[in-house]
Design a protein around this ligand. Structure first.
Ligand code: F6P
Length: 323
């Protein structure tokens, strides 16, 4: 392997820049030439490649977003789009690619590498933490910290007015951000797609809390909750709990931005470094991950198709600690 390309794709995640920096510097240290592709698969189709040397990734470890920018590419879902992308990779003499992203990115990488015989290594970067094969994905810790910070602020006003807040956090179909935010912010309850929601129980808990002198409540709701996120839950409970003046707050894309936490910088640096090492060891079409603090690899198929769920012990703990 002499020349590699690297890109970020799908939703951005804090720490993607730290991963890019680790890829470029580990590659440079091993005398590989690196090309950065702008806007993920879109840039691959349009030929937006730029040579990246070790100084090109200076002063980015602390920055959120992605300096390579990103996109969710519809054109890459077509064989024509992928053929055009393959042509560009060949014209730059690229031997292998490193893709930083989530589920959609790994799906695109898998289809493309099989179709055009170009080795790929994936680096899991998504705030959702919903990829099988790694304990944590890049950006998750920062997103949870941002959400906890927001809930801390909401607590102040909830407390002042004795109100009930339903706070919606991101996560697509997954409840990791919600569960970790709920535990870390000491929320009264958490509603996630992976656990059944009994609205009668929720209403009873909130009423009982109030009767026992609890002045306010915060409930964290995952955006992918089947009852329609925080707004859907509010609609179903607001009449019965009108005295608590239920309010809905959607934190939204705030969770995607900001400087990565120390944990995310470290994770991204380790995964970026490992991705280049694995490529040089001859591994291909796998993603790197971290399990019990050790670097590991797993197939794109596993990453995409096997389900990763929050531990049920954590879900139970969250409700015990909220009594
Ligand atoms: O995958 C990351 C994520 O932020 C999800 O939590 C969310 O559902 C989705 O992306 C939002 O995507 P977009 O920014 O394209 O609206």
């Amino acid at each position: 392997i002499r020349r590699i390309a690297v890109f970020t794709s799908g939703g951005d995640a804090p720490g993607m820049n730290a991963a890019l920096r680790a890829v470029v510097r580990t590659a440079a240290w091993n005398k590989l030439h690196v090309y950065g592709i702008e806007r993920g698969f879109e840039g691959m189709i349009d030929g937006h490649f730029k040579r990246m040397e070790r100084r090109d990734v200076a002063n980015i470890i602390q920055r959120g977003g992605t300096v390579l920018r990103t996109a969710r590419s519809k054109r890459f879902m077509t064989p024509e789009g992928r053929a055009q992308a393959a042509e560009h990779l060949r014209s730059y003499d690229i031997d292998a690619c490193i893709a930083i992203g989530g589920n959609g990115t790994f799906t695109g990488a898998k289809v493309f590498s099989e179709e055009h015989n170009i080795p790929f290594i994936g680096i899991p970067g998504t705030i959702d933490n919903d990829l099988f094969g790694t304990d944590y994905t890049i950006g998750f810790d920062t997103a949870v910290n941002t959400a906890i910070d927001a809930v801390d602020k909401i607590r102040d006003t909830a407390d002042s007015h004795n109100r009930l807040f339903l706070v919606e956090v991101m996560g697509r179909n997954s409840g990791f951000i919600a569960l970790h935010t709920a535990i870390g912010s000491g929320a009264s309850s958490v509603l996630i797609p992976e656990a059944e929601t009994n609205l009668e129980d929720l209403k009873n808990v909130l009423k009982k809390n109030k009767a026992r002198g609890k002045l306010f409540s915060v409930v964290i709701v995952a955006e992918g909750h089947p009852m329609g996120g925080a707004a859907g839950i509010a609609e179903r409970i607001q009449d019965e709990l009108a005295s608590m003046e239920p309010k809905v707050t959607v934190i939204g894309h705030l969770q995607r931005g900001g400087a990565p936490t120390a944990l995310d910088r470290l994770l991204a640096s380790r995964l970026g470094h490992a991705a280049v090492n694995k490529l040089m060891d001859g591994e291909e079409n796998v993603a790197v991950g971290i399990v019990n603090s050790l670097i590991t690899t797993y197939s794109f198929d596993d990453a995409i198709h096997r389900e990763k769920k929050p531990e049920s012990a954590l879900i139970t703990m969250a409700s015990i600690l909220a009594i």
